[in-house]
Design a protein around this ligand. Sequence first.
Ligand SMILES: [Fe+2]
Length: 173
Amino acid sequence: MTLARPGLAELVAGIREVAYRPAEPRATAFAVAETLRERLPAPEILTAEEQAGSPDTYIRHTLHTEAGFSVIAVVWRPGQRTRPHDHIAWCVFGVLQGIEYETLYRDEGDHLVEIGRVANRTGDVSGFAPPGDIHKVHNVGDITAISLHVYGADLGAEPSSVRRTYDLPVRER
Ligand SMILES: [Fe+2]
């Protein structure tokens, strides 16, 4: 049985229209972001159980994979975070619930420099592409955050959307 995922089929069809056009990865990310903005699903794209998240760690749900892109939902309880990381392909994300806080870094070889902080609120959508895409995502709010991520890679075939994680010290500019 296939789970009913309200809004997923329309979203996937819309992304498919733009994801395969020949373009620079950044341009593809911006076009996919436009589609996600227009067709951003409600948190009910996840079941109630999925929306609840886990006390142990943030949880990823793979909703769709195909050759050119994958759609992943991520559920973050308050306090849950990633390590600083970058990505194997362009990435677009939209916030379905709560606030997803992002810290952006530049790689200086033996350390990272923080270059920005963004609070992505419910309904916000943004897209980016490597290189220069190191970030950490953190739920510092007091409600569970849910976001939808579209990656320009087949995550049914690739082990992860993460190219590498960074354990380097973070220094002031
Ligand atoms: Fe990321």
